[in-house]
Design a protein around this ligand. Sequence first.
Ligand SMILES: [Zn+2]
Length: 267
Amino acid sequence: MVQSVAPAALLRRIYMRKPIAVLGVALAPVALTAGVIAAAPQTADGAIATYKLTYASLPNGTKQVVRWNGCQKTITYKVNLAAVPSAQRSAVLSDTKAAVAKVALNTKFVFTYKGTTSEVPKVGSMARQSAELVIAFTSPSKTNYSLAGSTLGQGGLYYGWVSRTVNGRTSYTVAAQRGFVVIDTPQMLNQARGGTGTGLRRTNLLAHELGHAVGLQHVSDTRQQMYPSIRTASPTLFYTGDRAGLAKVGKAAGCINTAYMPLKDLS
Ligand SMILES: [Zn+2]
């Protein structure tokens, strides 16, 4: 995964940030089918992608961009600081809020901080989350999302879809409903600095994982935060392609009717 774009001397180490875990679930208000759990394909949006969106594969063979409802009043979030030493908690929380604020700025979504939590996202736990987004500073043994080796974090989302069949024609509505971030906290504290700026920063790690939680996938463009590794050359929070991708899945993409979705809007 190491790309030789920068002289080796400029790179300290390469830290992997794992690809998204996207889980889909299906619910039938009318006539429908079984649940779908699938990893999202990394679909290219262009020849030289500076951002990539997440697509839901639907039972009729079509695909739709996965995004949050542009008309959702707010996306609630909670933060688990359990693995952060108490003296560093306020700094880590402040870095978290700074990264969330940048996602908010670029998507135009409103995010509302609902306090701390002891929840640790695990495979299959998203439906039970007490906030739309749970950001957990945890350790690899506490979650079954892989934080093995140099993996510093994972982020992902959970989307629902509903289908409607009228006169034999089926249409699908897809919406992101929950998101999560898990961080290998001891490794993060050891490797990444606080505050905003380029390079190995907590804010950049969080921006990357939050990017997954709102629907961005990895790109091979090293200038973008959605490049799979965090490096000394990582941009400050989001770069141009990241921002374009965030705008694409943001509020301006419009309302999604989530009334029949499997999970409730927690705002
Ligand atoms: Zn990633």
